[in-house]
Design a protein around this ligand. Sequence first.
Ligand SMILES: N[C@@H](CCC(=O)N[C@@H](CS)C(=O)NCC(=O)O)C(=O)O
Length: 206
Amino acid sequence: MIDLYAFATPNSVKVPIALEELGLDYTLHPVNVRKGEQKADAFLALNPGGKVPVLVEDGFVLTESAAILVHLAETTGKLIPTDAQGRGRVFEQLFFHASGLSPAFGQAGFFLRFAAEPQPIAIERFSAEARRTLGLLDAVLADRPFVAGDSFSIADITHFGWLWRRAFPGIDFDQTPHVARWYARIESRPAVQRAIARTEALVPQD
Ligand SMILES: N[C@@H](CCC(=O)N[C@@H](CS)C(=O)NCC(=O)O)C(=O)O
């Protein structure tokens, strides 16, 4: 039995995408990060880090979207290659996402939208870093159909999460045609569409 605690956020959506692609049943529990529910005691007992997503599988609690994707891929033997070089390429993209693209997009969005006082140097620094990391991804996709090689993998899912929410840091695909083509292909996958619909439905309509 799989329970997923999530919201309509870039890191959350990655997990429903993987679960839908793998054909696994799961129950989605909304954690409204706009209302601060991720800092409530009940949720902190699950994840002391106070962030979504959190996966609970038969009592096993796992945080960090990349770790969750790796766990799902390893337990099913899908969405990750079996050969060492293929796996290396997948991990290369997962780490690049977690340490590079994801923080740049997150900080750029924060300083653009939430900072109490305008912080031009921070906006400039993180927006440039967001564009730089997207440019690196574009160069990768000039040579490959998927971010880690010839087949769709958890590496595609991890990048898709933040690119799905690219409006938050004010990023578009105008200068990255390979990313634009890849994104459209991933977005059109039926499992991805089901996952997005379920994730968006977590937001209350009020
Ligand atoms: N490295 C974590 C980051 C998780 C994260 O930043 N989650 C955001 C939503 S995308 C969150 O919970 N934000 C609420 C907060 O920081 O209070 C992962 O990949 O799972």
